[in-house]
Design a protein around this ligand. Structure first.
Ligand code: URA
Length: 259
């Protein structure tokens, strides 16, 4: 932990004084989603904006809570999570978007990740490939409970966390249309092995947090159903993100209150 309370972390431009000893951070990918999530906190203030990484500070049941967007993928997630840990954050909640790989998971519903298949690359710098990327049990249970109470359409289970949006998620609608042999048929295989969805950050997040004894959870809005199409369905995004944000903040409050 950084001793100098005014020292600003290189990428996120936050100091311990600025974050007011917040223990919890919500980490969406997109800056617009950070603003949306922050609007669900009491008295949200934008406290930094640097390199496309926006940070907000507000209160949840009286506890200081940060919202910082990570950008897309493992490498920027690693940077943001590292620097927040150095400022004293111990609980992380990713609120993101995802592509479902099972036909029965509708666009607009939610996926709560219990663990991640580590195709992200970044987590290899923290632990060997046999190390499991597992979410915090209590935070995950709180997410499920709050999703159920809200009457949300949700599913929980194993997520494939990919380093790339295109070949790693076996998308053929890319610049070259080429998917290397090792990924051809991979979507079908992950589905056969019981995985639910693709996203790009939970592998790094869960591995980092587990190796350091910290807590992490992940809830995502489904914006594509890969059993039907490679396309993202844009008009469901806002509503599903709002629902994920409401459920996520309630679950985080449960964790903060229970200590
Ligand atoms: N994010 C992903 O990584 N994949 C999708 O299909 C949608 C969102």
């Amino acid at each position: 932990m950084i001793e100098d309370r005014d020292y600003r972390q290189y990428h996120i431009d936050l100091s311990r004084n600025l974050v007011e000893d917040a223990r919890a951070a919500v980490i969406p990918g997109a800056p617009e989603r950070a603003e949306l999530i922050a609007s669900g906190l009491e008295n949200p203030q934008k406290i930094a904006s640097h390199r496309g990484l926006d940070s907000w500070l507000g209160r949840l049941e009286g506890y200081p809570v940060l919202v910082t967007n990570t950008g897309m993928g493992g490498p920027t997630t690693e940077i943001v999570v590292q620097e927040l840990i150095q400022l004293g954050v111990t609980v992380f909640l990713r609120i993101g978007t995802t592509g479902a790989i099972r036909p029965e998971i509708p666009v607009g519903s939610l996926v709560i990740s219990e663990a991640a298949i580590r195709l992200d690359g970044t987590s290899d710098h923290y632990a060997p490939p046999c190390y499991p990327a597992v979410a915090d049990f209590e935070l995950t249970e709180a997410l499920k409970r709050r999703a159920k109470n809200a009457g949300a359409s949700y599913i929980s289970g194993i997520t494939v966390s990919s380093a790339t949006f295109y070949p790693g998620q076996e998308r053929y609608d890319s610049a070259s249309g080429y998917v290397q042999r090792s990924f051809r048929g991979s979507l079908e295989e992950w589905r056969a092995l019981g995985a639910l969805n693709y996203e790009m950050e939970s592998g790094a997040l869960f591995t980092m947090c587990r190796t350091m004894g910290l807590r992490a959870g992940c809830i995502c809005a489904v914006v594509a159903n890969r059993a039907q199409s490679e396309k993202v369905v844009r008009d469901v995004i806002r509503k599903a993100e709002e629902q994920a944000a409401t459920i996520g903040l309630r679950a985080l409050a449960d964790i903060l209150i229970s200590g």
